[in-house]
Design a protein around this ligand. Sequence first.
Ligand code: ZN
Length: 295
Amino acid sequence: MMRLSNLVLCMLLAIGSLTVSARVLGAERLKLLIVDGQNNHEWQVTTPIMQRYFQESGRFEVEVATSPPARHDMSKFRPKFSDYDVVVSNYNGEPWSQAAQVDFQAYVFNGGGFVVVHAANNAFADWPEYNQMIGLGGWNSRDEKSGPYVYFREGAIVRDETAGRGGSHGSQHEFLVTLRNGDHPITSGLPPSWLHTKDELYDRLRGPAKSMEVLATAYADPEQRGSGRDEPMLMVLDYGSGRVFHTTLGHADYSMQCVGFITTLLRGAEWAATGEVTIPVPDDFPTAEKSSARQ
Ligand code: ZN
């Protein structure tokens, strides 16, 4: 009898360690929710693109929560965030109900993963906790009351309290994205800089920028009507025990097709969900000289 229970115990331990190995190896699919429904960008085009990239990676099981259109009743839009390992926002629209806001804050604070994509950082200028999560945002009356401008100068981060509006961009173009920390799980193994496909280069963002690390910047060239600063492009933040990955990239389909965007999006979402990254850097990753896009 004793020997039998030992055998059972051994089997249970073996099954347990297999489960752990599967998780470590990234074989377990993470539950990911994309939120959309209102955006001054073509979310009907970009959500399916991101959904496909997430699914093709084999690492995520994706669902989408689409809000009612603008000027419709938002009171029943209340996704069950806590069912997911990571939530990706492709939403830039009207305020959510108080209940949905409280749910979302609790979800991230208690350890949920959150990924902010491009214009999702324009959303909810009047929701303080959301701005804590995203660190920096733009437009919708953001100004010095929202927090400092954050950028890099001579290799060091600057928090600039100068008064002025938050959020602008010059003309769309290909630009270099430069790592500021290549040792983070999301950026480990990436080249020090790479040429990103045509996109809006967000500049002059402002926000509380607390518990935030800038992983990569891009130079907003005045010749392209940019700020003349090295602007944050990829950021990570802590909110309670939750992890946030913020990419300012991804204006349109052609911006999201950049292998640099895809790779950092997938790895950022995996990191936000688990704190680790198993998704490899692909062979077709762009170089500093040549951008690289996928359909
Ligand atoms: Zn845009």
